[in-house]
Design a protein around this ligand. Structure first.
Ligand code: TRP
Length: 364
């Protein structure tokens, strides 16, 4: 069986460093590992519209931003297929058939959707499309026979629901669909990077993000204003690293080379943490180190983005070609699905013969 990656993001804003350490960086590594037969990266605009029906312009504007973020982070259109979800109508059709295999009770239990409903304050007025987006996400993955979905922890319930749909479909109609597996970041700090204010979630609506495309100046302001251990008041006070976002960011970003380059007093992060916990290491010093580390990581990304931004039509062209290639794959899967469900009436010679026989007077 082919090893196929399918993953993506909603285009509701520029991507931030949480996206980067949580999934994007891993995708680039997987792309370069050469161990996958196909890699599809989806800009999930239709999913973004499930809670932005009244703000389609936001989605429309951010498609190019996400594409630029992808490519500047190192995803290469020669190696991966980029696609825009809404341009593949087969996905919508699959969604409609899969919806019959999922109960409303099951949808209600999806913890990610549950918490999103709470965050958005939908109350009883949940858009049906939003409520059912896990089904459409199952269509996204299965249309390409995705086997591996590199994504953040919040996507786990989606993949689980997708697997249930696959098992249900294959059980009823025969083996057509493939069960995907999620691939989570192996570094715990990358599972969910907190906001610069210490909030557990980095999110645009909370205004606590560092964006991939942000200028060095603006990142400096944000890092220097980051929340730390509130009880670490004087330099000599012992500090806490647990729940201290500056150290969580270092867990996610810092490598031993960074110490040699920017903080040669320490061999590695453990030594720096030990000093902080003992007392005698000030927040400003740690933040300056973090700033160097983040800049070392983001500088090449910013540079690539500046280049890519010079030819926006070329980016749209890549998205168009990718969407066209992807549609062919999705169309094949849809054909298989419809045959398995026996809703391929006009191709089904047996059906036509059988129905004819029913109305042919018998000889005896
Ligand atoms: N739900 C993902 C997000 O919130 C986007 C997405 C849509 C996705 N379809 C997908 C992710 C399929 C992985 C696989 O950004």
């Amino acid at each position: 069986m082919d090893k196929v990656i399918l993953t993506g993001d909603r285009p509701t804003g520029k991507l931030h460093v949480g996206h980067y350490v949580g999934s994007l960086k891993r995708r680039v590594e997987l792309q370069n590992s050469g161990t996958f037969d196909k890699i599809y990266i989806m800009i999930a605009d239709a999913q973004a519209l499930t809670d932005n029906a009244h703000n389609p312009e936001k989605v429309r504007q951010n498609i190019i931003e996400v594409a630029l973020d992808y490519m500047s982070a190192g995803l290469d259109p020669e190696k991966v297929t980029f696609l825009i979800q809404s341009q593949i109508p087969e996905l919508t059709e699959l969604t409609f058939y899969y919806a019959n295999l999922v109960t409303v009770a099951r949808l209600k239990r999806n913890p990610t959707v549950k918490s999103e409903i709470g965050m958005r304050g939908f109350g009883e007025s949940i858009p049906a499309g939003f409520f059912t987006y896990p089904i459409s996400q199952a269509a996204d993955i299965t249309a390409f026979k995705g086997t591996v979905v590199p994504a953040g922890e919040d996507q786990e319930p989606m993949i689980e629901q997708c697997r249930e749909i696959v098992r249900s479909f294959n059980g009823i109609y025969g083996d057509v669909l493939v069960e995907p597996k999620i691939l989570l970041p192996d570094n715990k700090a990358c599972l969910r990077l907190p906001g610069i204010d210490g909030n557990a979630k980095m999110s645009k609506s909370l205004g606590n993000c560092i964006y991939l495309s942000e200028s060095a100046d603006s990142i400096k302001k944000k890092v220097m204003s980051m929340f730390t251990d509130p009880n670490h008041i004087r330099v000599e006070d012992p500090g806490k690293v647990e729940g201290n976002p500056v150290f969580t960011y270092l867990d996610a970003f810092a490598r031993d080379e960074h110490f040699a380059e920017f903080a040669p007093d320490y061999q590695n992060l453990d030594e720096m943490k030990a000093h902080y916990m003992r007392g005698g290491l000030g927040d400003v010093k740690v933040k300056k180190f973090l700033l160097n580390v983040i800049n070392a990581e983001l500088e090449p990304i910013r540079k690539r983005r500046e280049e890519l931004q010079k030819d926006i039509p070329a980016i749209y062209d890549i998205l168009k070609k990718g969407s066209e290639a992807a549609e062919q794959v999705a169309a094949n899967t849809l054909d298989e699905v419809k045959s398995a469900m026996k809703i391929n009436y006009f191709d089904d010679k047996e059906l036509i013969a059988m129905q004819s026989a029913k109305y042919t007077p018998s000889e005896d």
